[in-house]
Design a protein around this ligand. Sequence first.
Ligand SMILES: [Zn+2]
Length: 286
Amino acid sequence: MSQNNTFKIIDFHIHIGLKEHWHRWVHDYQKSSKSEFYERYDELTDPEKFAKHLKKHNIVKAVILPDICPITTGIVPNEYVFEFCQGQDVYLPFCTVNPSLVTHPEQELKKYIQSGAKGVKLYPPYNHFYPNDSRLYSLYELAQAYRIPVLLHTGSSVFRGSKLKYADPIHLDDVASDFPDLVLVMAHSGRGLWYDKAFFLSRLHPRLYMEISGLPPKNLLNYFPEMEKNIDKFLYGSDWPAIQTISSNIEAIQKLPLSEDSKKKILYENAARILGLEETEFFIRD
Ligand SMILES: [Zn+2]
């Protein structure tokens, strides 16, 4: 019996924002994906209605991302994300820290954790720093202590001003080895140039994960022929609104020649585990 329609989903990569938050070229790209965001703008920028939209598609939890990337994509403030997420249990707000704009990244992170951040997103190619930049080590230390995941953009981007050298997953090898208890997630899994490298690194480091937003699901098994051997490390994300609809890629993943167990892991279980959704209490180490 097919359980496809009752799969619980966690979407690990959703951007929210208003038209004025993003640069023109970001909108041009999202429009070229025929994104539902533009047709249903008033509805989908309303926190309550967007939550309903997610739940209708079995998305029970959604990582919601801010952007502080003034050179490349624009600014969706952390505060905007926290406010948007308030009062809706489907949302998991993440914060972001741009190390060029703050003196003490770890103090920023601490403040955002206290405001409810469940993780932190970093944008190395958009903000022009390497993931193993020493300015971020105090932030990694804190994220490790609080057991919150760090999501980092890896791989290509079409947005103006992006610099790909900062998007090479190899720089996460340093971070993973210096912070062995830190959960690190490679957004886009090294898209374009580095699928093999991302896959190899995630097999090597027990807490380094691959998130597949922005990759056409039909190509996943070409990019990662041994996907099933490392299936505990894959996480689903949509990168909405840079996609036609919130469920386009979920449907495509459900059609892949993978076992039902593997699909469940990608679409829900792996994310639930690293987000601590299965734990009864949020444990903070000193
Ligand atoms: Zn994104």
